[in-house]
Write a protein of this length. Structure first.
Length: 563
């Protein structure tokens, strides 16, 4: 395994480098004497060493291994994807809404007890009246893509979009981990752990929205990692040339360093977070946290480049561009997600502005109606407190204390292939016990590594958990479920991969056989990964709804709170 974290695993500080001054008749724009020493013309290689994370070795494997893992994970997720042959859990809402969106551009009502007819391939029973839904449409459009390809009577088609995104996210996290840890093999471990996580696996095989929310948040995180590298490279390049036009200006002093201009990867992150919010509003939390994260990275970059007032420099030259390239971009993308509702007249609240006059009369009807729709949806969300047998508190999410049952059927002997007195067929959205059993320890190590060593990698993962978990503590009285942790899964996996990298240790330059202590640590890493794979195999029947003897199902309910 190549070195996971560069000179010191987790270290954010490199040894101080000598700043070389290039003098001579060809030197241009020499800075005034009162400017910081770093703003004199310095070598690009020196700044590059200070600012950039080393790339992982084996560049071909860095693409091949994630692709292979995505194929394997996709095969597992597409296998018997059409089972059960009926709507499970909240598919009863989202699959039918997806069908409605692809046919009419907005959600419509259904008659009473429509599931049996819909499952039998008779969706024409849908009514003409609009349906009141409280989640944005993008996730349902993505589910609808499978329905359009395979037909409304295909349970495989209902879940095709989720399975495809699930497989793609395996490739994505392996690539992200490779860049984050500068290690092909830690990237492979992260991809493998996501492949065998139960939350991710079950959501990839079910027509719900949260797998899409997870994907777009993870994608935005990956884009910001690319932006961090791109911005630091540009900062090094521009500062290596001494005082340039990008440093001058009456508004910001040259001592703040250069402006970095248009940052395409950060705009891409804004687009991704707009898509995340277009699936569920909780994408807004990621937008807020990731926006702060990218500015903090800029502060650190300017500090390491030698800027004497990095906070003022970043606030002056990076914070406003970060806001503009993320928040307005995300807002525009979010509104585009509603185009079906905007362009068709029959959606819920679409005619509200035409039917209600007020100070808003000068605004477009669609904009006023959309704003009123959002007001009522927000009121619904914050007031949702009805009891549900699988509702849970976010304190228990980090250990999967009360996982959500998506599907359960009981069979007697002779039914559905049951060969014993009583059988069960269940789909339980419970995370891999090895991964989530270690999650609290991982969280402590991440926070410690960030707080004590200022390890930016640990801080980035903590930021992901902050965006996807912590906001729910403000809604503990609401009806919320453990299956929301699907959005946390990538950051739990990245955190575990980070800790396994620390445990593995650095590779010796001479490639000699490791000592006893190091060998024990590396065997422990292999054991953790092997146990995670074995746990996934053990829980396979309750991830896929296989008909098994009741006793076998009960043995897999390790915690009484799972039942």
């Amino acid at each position: 395994m190549d070195s996971p974290y560069g000179p010191v695993p987790g270290s954010s500080r490199l040894p101080a480098q000598r700043i070389s001054r290039l003098r001579g008749p060809d030197s241009v724009d020499q800075p005034p004497a009162h400017l910081p020493h770093i703003l004199e013309r310095v070598s690009f290689s020196t700044l590059e060493t200070r600012l950039l994370t080393p790339r992982a070795a084996h560049p071909l494997l860095a693409w091949v291994i994630p692709a292979v893992l995505a194929v394997i994970g996709g095969a597992l997720r597409f296998y018997r994807l059409g089972f059960p042959p009926n709507l499970v859990f909240d598919e009863t809402y989202y699959v039918k809404d997806a069908y409605s969106l692809t046919r009419f551009g907005h959600e419509r009502d259904w008659p009473e007890d429509p599931n049996r007819a819909f499952e039998a391939g008779n969706p024409e029973i849908i009514l003409d009246s609009p349906s009141y839904v409280v989640h944005p449409p993008l996730g349902k459009w993505l589910l609808g893509s499978g329905i359009e390809i395979f037909g409304a009577d295909s349970t495989f088609g209902w879940r095709f979009g989720a399975a495809a995104i699930g497989a793609l996210s395996i490739f994505l996290i392996a690539r992200i981990a490779t860049r984050l840890f500068s290690s092909v093999w830690l990237g492979a471990i992260a991809g493998l752990l996501l492949t065998v996580d139960g939350e991710h696996f079950v959501h990839s095989r079910t027509g719900l929205l949260d797998i899409f929310l997870m994907f777009f948040i993870l994608l935005a995180f990956g884009f910001l990692l690319l932006d961090r590298e791109w911005a630091r490279r540009r900062l090094a390049d521009r500062m290596a040339g001494g005082i340039t036009a990008q440093m001058r200006g009456w508004l910001m002093p040259a001592a703040f360093g250069p402006s970095l201009g248009l940052r395409p990867w950060r705009i891409a992150a804004g687009i991704s977070l707009g898509c995340a919010t277009g699936v569920k509003w909780s994408g807004l939390y990621a937008l807020a946290v990731f926006g702060l994260l990218t500015v903090l990275w800029d502060v650190n970059a300017r500090r390491r480049a030698g800027i004497r007032r990095p906070w003022l420099a970043a606030l002056g030259k990076d914070a406003v561009p970060a806001f503009v390239s993320m928040v307005p971009v995300a807002l525009v993308v979010y509104v585009i997600c509603w185009l079906g509702w905007i362009l068709t007249p029959g959606g819920w609240d679409r005619q509200w502005a035409a039917e209600n006059s007020g100070w808003w009369d000068f605004l477009p009807d669609w904009l006023v109606g959309l704003a009123h729709y959002h007001y009522t949806a927000y009121s619904f969300h914050v007031g949702l407190d009805s009891e549900h047998p699988y509702m849970s508190n976010p304190w228990g999410w980090i250990v999967q204390w009360r996982p959500t049952s998506f599907y359960y059927e009981s069979y007697a002997a002779g039914e559905a292939g049951c060969a014993v007195e009583k059988c069960s067929s269940a789909i339980t959205s419970v995370g891999n016990p090895v991964i989530w059993g270690l999650a609290p320890v991982v969280l402590v190590i991440l926070v410690g590594a960030w707080a004590l060593r200022r390890d930016w990698r640990a801080g980035a993962i903590v930021a992901g958990l902050l965006a996807t978990w912590v906001p729910w503590f403000f809604y503990q009285e609401r009806t919320i479920f453990t299956f929301y942790t699907i959005v946390m899964v990538p950051f739990v996996v990245l955190g575990l991969a980070y800790c396994l990298g620390l445990l593995w240790g650095r590779t010796r330059g001479d490639r000699s056989w490791p000592g006893t202590e190091m060998l024990a640590r590396r065997l422990t890493v292999g054991l953790v990964v092997a146990l995670a794979v074995a746990a996934f195999a053990w829980f396979w029947p309750v991830y896929t709804g296989e008909v098994i003897p009741y006793e076998h199902w009960h043995r897999r309910m390790w915690n009484p709170t799972w039942v």
